[in-house]
Each structure stands twice: as structure tokens, then as C-alpha cells.
Ligand binder design. Structure first.
Ligand code: GLA
Length: 338
């Protein structure tokens, strides 16, 4: 028993633009936020025991845990996924504290996975950690999710959004203009990712890529040749969203917030009409926020099917609404020999 005292923190994330592009080898501009999960405790023993300040029941996971998706209580499936992927040499006893609201599309599960992996002793490159935590998420939830959330939680940078290229997982840090506020507002409906059509959307996108090749840089004329109208719409979203991500990064760099905001509104329309992952609540919320003076743009953020809207606005324009989030640094861990 090493007895090392460890504290690991990992932030949630909000995606400014580029949704349902990560598993299609596309582009997105998320940022890590100042809502985060901290896992603190002591290494040792042969189980991972975690109490959570926001859950009534603790997680108690053997190091040789089998199928993480069957573990109880349900929140323990994410740490169990990490244990199953990492197979740490020793256990851990500690506490989980989080300010990332669950079920909102702010990646509370990715923050938990990354913090647990670091607490349990993961060592290696950021991309390997992101991949490990992505596999943990997939095993825990049964959803074939992409790598955006975990990579953002790990690679976040204070004051910056991240332009991520999912063909090679390269990250370019984009400084956020000083006169911008990023506000996240809940639509009132919890996001139901596991039971949702996420896997179906992913299959549609893959069907399109099987016909016309990777969607990353396909011209619209190729998309038009897709016979199935549903697959065509899904592909059109991915292709146009990638173009919007590029334009958005330029606009952000130039401080052209009016253009950046307009691209967010177009992104929302594409997610609503072509990708069909919005809800009436999300649409109404985007319309209301966009009509508010000082708001440059708003869109649903994350997988959709409920959850949150992200808006960019002038300071103070959305005072009293939702979470005013700041771009934060990625995950960190401190180890004290004990
Ligand atoms: C969820 C997934 C991500 C990504 C988004 C949609 O957050 O975990 O990988 O696919 O949905 O952009």
C-alpha cells in the first residue's frame, strides 16, 4: 500500500461550435470551463472506493471489475470504466466533489473520468489519457461517443478556446477576446444521451462516409449525390459545420464577434433541421437569447436531445442567466508521498 495522498481536478467543457463532427474526423471549438470535478484521497488497497458529495450512494469498485455498464449505483459506472481500462496496480479511497452539473451537456462524465484516471495514477500523453477516458465512457454508458469532451478537459487553456482537428487530434489554442462573455443556460430538459439517437446519428454519418469518403473536406456537390435523404441531411450538417468551425475560429481571432455569433446561430439551425438533435425547448431558448440586446449568438451545445445552450455576449448582457463560464486550464494532479 503506497498511501500516496492525491488530488486530481478535471474541468467540464462547453462547445462553442462544431457538434457531431468529432466522430466524423471533423473540427470543433470547445473550451474547458471553470466548473470542475475534484477527486481527492489516498492510493492503496485493492478497491476503488469513492464517496460523492452529490450522490447518496458511494462507488465501491474491485480492481478486476468486469462490465462497467452493470455497476451500481449508476454514477459509479464511469470510475468503473476507468478502472477497467487503466487496471491500476492499487486501489484508492477518497471523495468526489463536483461543480459540473450532470445531464446538462457540460461533460460531467468526462470530467469525472479524467479526474479518476489521474487520481488512480495514469501516466502518459494527453491524447492517450483522452483515448483511455473515451473508452471508459463508451463502456460505462454504451454510447459510441467521440473524444471531444475528454480531450478538452485535459488540454484546456485559461483564456482560450481550442480548435481541435479530429483527424489527428491536433489542438490550436485560440485566445478569447477580452470583451466576450460565455454563458451557458439550461433548457430545462435533462439530456438523455444513453437512450437517445446518438448511435443512430453516428451510423448515418458513417453510412455517408462509406459512400462518398471521409466527410471532412467533402464539397457540397458530393453530399448532394447521397441517395438516402436522411443520410444526405446528416452529411450536409457535418460538412457545413466544419466550414462554420473554420470561419468561427477566424472570426474569434479577428475579434469579429458579430460574425462569430451569426455562425453559432447557423450551427443551431443545422443541428435542428439537418441533424435533428434539437428540442422545442432548446429552439425557444436560442431564439430568446439571440433576441436579447448585446447577445452575438447562441446554439445548443454538446450532443443535443436536451441539455444546454451556449451564448456569447457583451459583458453583462445576460446577467442573472445560467452559468457565466470562463475558459480554464486542463486537468491537473498533485501527488504527496504521504
Ligand atoms: C457528446 C459526445 C462528444 C460529441 C458531442 C457532440 O458530448 O461525448 O464526443 O460527439 O456529443 O458534438
Amino acid at each position: 500500500m503506497s498511501g500516496q495522498v492525491v488530488s486530481a481536478r478535471a474541468p467540464g467543457r462547453v462547445n462553442l461550435i462544431g457538434d457531431h463532427t468529432d466522430y466524423a474526423g471533423g473540427l470543433a471549438v470547445p473550451m474547458a470551463i471553470d466548473l470542475e470535478t475534484v477527486v481527492a484521497g489516498r492510493r492503496g488497497g485493492d478497491r476503488v472506493r469513492l464517496r460523492s458529495t452529490s450522490e447518496p450512494e458511494p462507488a465501491d469498485i474491485p480492481l478486476d471489475v468486469g462490465d462497467p455498464s452493470t455497476v451500481e449505483p449508476p454514477w459509479a459506472r464511469y470510475p468503473a470504466g476507468v478502472v477497467a481500462e487503466l487496471r491500476p496496480a492499487e486501489g484508492f479511497t477518497g471523495e468526489v466533489r463536483s461543480t459540473v452539473p450532470p445531464g446538462s451537456g457540460l461533460s460531467s462524465s468526462a470530467a469525472l473520468e479524467v479526474a479518476v484516471a489521474l487520481a488512480l495514477g495514469f501516466e502518459g500523453e494527453a491524447v492517450s489519457l483522452a483515448r483511455l477516458c473515451q473508452r471508459a465512457e463508451q463502456r460505462a454508458s454504451g454510447v459510441p461517443s467521440g473524444i471531444m469532451d475528454q480531450l478538452t478537459s485535459i488540454r484546456g487553456r485559461a483564456g482560450h478556446a481550442l480548435l481541435i482537428d479530429f483527424t489527428n487530434l491536433e489542438v490550436v489554442e485560440i485566445p478569447l477576446p477580452r470583451d466576450i462573455e460565455v454563458v451557458v443556460v439550461h433548457s430545462g430538459r435533462p439530456r438523455a444521451l444513453a437512450s437517445s439517437a446518438y448511435a443512430e446519428r453516428r451510423r448515418d454519418v458513417e453510412a455517408a462516409a462509406n459512400e462518398i469518403g471521409p466527410l471532412r473536406d467533402r464539397p457540397a456537390s458530393d453530399v448532394d449525390t447521397l441517395v438516402d435523404p436522411v443520410v444526405r441531411r446528416r452529411a450536409r450538417h457535418v460538412v457545413t459545420e466544419n466550414a462554420r468551425v473554420r470561419a468561427f475560429s477566424e472570426a474569434l481571432r479577428d475579434g469579429d464577434l458579430v460574425h462569430a455569433g451569426a455562425l453559432m446561430v447557423e450551427s443551431h439551425a443545422s443541428l435542428r433541421d439537418d441533424f435533428e438533435v434539437s428540442t422545442p425547448e432548446l429552439d425557444a431558448l436560442v431564439a430568446r437569447l439571440v433576441a436579447t440586446p448585446g447577445v452575438f449568438g447562441a446554439r445548443l451545445t454538446g450532443a443535443g436531445f436536451g441539455g444546454c445552450v451556449v451564448a456569447i455576449c457583451e459583458p453583462g448582457a445576460l446577467a442573472g442567466e445560467g452559468w457565466h463560464v470562463r475558459a480554464s486550464d486542463g486537468a491537473t494532479v498533485t501527488v504527496d508521498p504521504g
